[in-house]
Design a protein around this ligand. Structure first.
Ligand code: LAN
Length: 709
């Protein structure tokens, strides 16, 4: 029986793995353990009761926690939607298409629903992310998705989107990655692609621009791309492909001279224009590929790259680093090994874990989940409220601890040097252990949460001392020369490498940078560790912290703020930086750095007492107000000021009042604008933040100012 009743599909998350289940019978539906959770994310009335009205901040925090604890999944974590980027799903759908992988019927219905709901209401196109203006990348690729999923070209949604695409100049103006997917599908010519030669991977490791030095996401995307670029494989023509070829462009497909469009990028898409160095490199590499490179070198390079692709698959249990390289590796494995190979089957499974159902339909998440990250923050919020010992939350916290224990990575990658991997034994990943990528701040926040819980009376000790030390060992391998910490690895090449950024739509993707957010997470984690384990690597920890604080001070901007790379934007980074500084005794009273930061924060407070920062802050790297104050920004700003021991209580109190006024009678906060960002230009949702950070801010306020026993 076709599983077409899409209201019967349920997402189940166990041990951090998300899988889809089709519930045939009403009994199964009724017995589904996640009823409340699914309903919440499907935007239905959760049926959760109205809570007693809070008469102070602590009670408000407690109400928030009561609500949030209902969303905990049976395995102890708070998976949630992680949408935002609009360029990910097309990769998945095109990869399914070119590998003859059927898309389940309910997916087709729900994906079409989602894209319809998210099309720009005015012009019908899609942007780089859900709040962005329509672009060629977003519109051309999501148009292709609709068509591959069965929408006819005359459907009003398709028609409107196509008109918008043509107004933007058609698919010729796609950025590099868009051109790549279209070429693979057979809707763009490989002649119109700037080169992605696999031979780069055969350079000796000391070469300063060797791909092993690139930011891990960038190199893991270009790796399978280079493999397929060298194969120049395109999906065989059929009626749909022929039709798409005509629909996507403003002129006849046959008349297009693709080789002249390698550098054509629509103005709506261009964030990071090519540098002259990249243009020269593209010419040289193009000539190299066409005339110079001997075939034996080419086939050697292809083999080497394929080996790295296989290692990435195995090291991540086929989940891959992220949502772009998973479908790319999938296609690479399919083209090489055929549709029945083990690897191909595994990719078919793991790709499903990126899918998410919500009220608007089905979308693709930015990772295979937010499990570890959000769980760590929730634990810390409870600690901040000093509610860890309340019987009401004990079971929830034990489950969270069990989850975090289970998610710590226990082994390094086999032959990690050969695949250029960072130490990972002892680390936590962003999503889950099986994905297996160390992230500096995920390790730090994970360790903090574990220690905070384990040292609470009455809590079990699940992660032993050695494993806590392993986490510290990982962090100590990651400090950069400037004292800061980057995301996945220490910096491996200088910022000059950004001249080779070919993605056009993103900024700062070529190499790692030190981030105040990651640095703070590590510093606070090390400091907490030191309290409990004063003897372990004490001198190194001391110097690491000292140098890291130096980085925090040095990275403050002249106006007193810090630029946030992973949340929007200055409010996010300010909160972290002030936490680092507070740790070493820098507060408003004694530190000019902190004073300046507080002045900056307070100068951005809005009339209603809240803070609201628009996503253009991240794009433009200057503070841009949102038209409305935002719960998440307000929580971050208040936490920052409280960390700084800012003396004017009234200003913090106005922010706290705003948080309380937005809290719903059942304890939750409603979704507002998008919260997160990556690569400066692409926004990403963190729907748990509105609950978690509000709870944390209320708890801190209660402890600092309300003195309730
Ligand atoms: C993430 C999500 C989490 C984020 C934090 C932990 C918040 C940060 O402090 C460090 C960097 C990290 C781990 C991060 C890096 C980039 C990611 C993986 C993402 C923003 C989620 C999606 C994004 C990924 C790059 C999306 C695919 C796009 C490409 C350009 C390859």
């Amino acid at each position: 029986m076709p599983k077409t009743d899409y209201t019967r599909w349920r997402l189940k998350t166990e041990r951090g793995r998300q899988t889809w289940h089709y519930l045939e019978s009403d009994e199964q539906l009724a017995a589904w353990p996640q009823a409340t959770y699914d309903k919440y994310h499907l935007g239905m009335d959760t049926g959760l009761p109205t809570l007693p009205e809070a008469s102070n901040s602590l009670e408000a925090a407690r109400n928030g926690l009561r609500f949030f604890s209902q969303l905990q999944l049976p395995d102890g974590q708070w998976a949630c939607e992680y949408g935002g980027p609009m360029f990910l799903l097309p990769g998945l759908i095109i990869s399914f298409y070119v590998t003859n992988t059927p898309v389940p019927e309910p997916w087709k219905v729900e994906i079409i629903n989602y894209l319809t709901a998210r099309a720009n209401p005015k012009d019908g196109g899609w942007g780089l992310h859900i709040e962005g203006e329509s672009s060629v990348f977003g519109t051309a690729l999501n148009y292709v998705v609709l068509r591959l999923l069965g929408m006819g070209p005359d459907h009003p949604v398709a028609q409107k989107a196509r008109n918008r695409l043509h107004e933007l100049g058609g698919a010729l103006g796609s950025p590099h990655w868009g051109k790549f997917w279209l070429a693979l599908l057979g809707c763009y010519s490989w002649d119109g692609m700037n080169p992605i030669p696999p031979e780069l991977w055969c350079l000796p490791n000391w070469v300063p621009f060797h791909p092993w030095r690139w930011w891990v996401h960038t190199r893991q995307v270009y790796l399978p791309m280079s493999y397929m670029y060298s194969l120049r494989h395109s999906h065989p023509k059929n009626d749909l492909i022929r039709s798409l070829r005509e629909e996507l462009y403003t002129q006849d497909y046959a008349t297009i001279d693709f080789s002249r469009h390698r550098n054509t990028v629509a103005p709506a898409d261009l964030y990071h224009p090519h540098s002259p160095l990249l243009d020269v490199a593209n010419h040289v590499l193009g000539a190299w590929g066409s005339y110079v490179c001997p075939t034996f070198v080419q086939s050697y390079a292809r083999k080497h790259v394929y080996d790295l692709i296989c290692r990435e698959d195995e090291n991540t249990q086929y989940c891959c680093l992220g949502p772009v390289n998973n479908p790319l590796n999938f296609v690479a494995r399919y083209l090489t090994e055929g549709g029945d190979s083990y690897a191909v089957q595994r990719h078919r499974e793991t790709l499903k874990e990126f899918m998410w159902m919500k009220s608007e339909g089905m979308l693709m998440n930015g990772t295979d989940g937010v499990q570890t990250w959000d769980t760590s923050f929730l634990v810390q919020a409870v600690v901040e409220c000093e509610l860890t010992e309340e019987p009401e939350f004990k079971e929830m916290l034990i489950k969270a601890l069990e989850f975090l224990e289970d998610q710590q990575i226990r082994e390094n990658c086999p032959e990690m040097d050969k695949c250029y991997r960072q130490t990972r034994k002892g680390a936590w990943a962003f999503s889950k252990r099986t994905q297996g990528y160390t992230v500096s701040d995920c390790t730090a926040e994970g360790l903090k949460a574990v220690m905070m819980l384990q040292f609470t009376p009455g809590m079990p000790k699940l992660v032993d001392d050695r494993r806590c030390m392993d986490a510290v060992d990982v962090m100590l391998t990651m400090q950069n020369a400037d004292g800061g910490f980057a995301s996945y690895e220490p910096i491996r090449a200088g910022p000059w490498a950004e001249h080779l950024n070919a993605a056009e739509v993103f900024g700062k993707i070529m190499v790692e940078y030190s981030y105040p957010e990651c640095t703070t997470a590590v510093v606070t984690s090390l400091a907490l560790f030191r309290e409990h384990y004063p003897k372990y690597r004490a001198t190194e920890i001391q110097t690491t912290i000292h140098r890291a604080i130096g980085f925090i001070k040095n990275s403050q901007r002249p106006d007193g703020s810090w630029y946030g790379a992973w949340g929007i934007c200055f409010n996010y980074a300010n909160m972290f930086a002030l936490e680092s500084l507070a740790l070493t005794g820098h507060t408003w009273e004694n530190s000019p750095v902190v004073r300046k930061a507080c002045e900056f924060i307070v100068s951005k407070q809005m009339d209603d007492g809240g803070w609201g920062e628009g996503y253009m802050s991240s794009v433009k790297a200057e503070y841009i107000h949102h038209e409305k104050s935002q719960v998440v920004n307000t929580a971050w700003a208040c936490i920052g000021l409280m960390n700084a021991k800012y003396p004017k209580k009234e200003e913090i109190e106005r922010g706290i009042k705003l948080l309380r006024s937005r809290q719903q009678p059942n304890g939750e906060w409603l979704q507002e604008a998008i919260e997160g960002v990556f690569n400066k230009s692409c926004m990403i949702s963190y729907p748990n933040y509105k609950n978690v950070f509000s709870i944390k801010a209320l708890g801190m306020f209660a402890r600092q100012y309300e003195h309730i026993e």
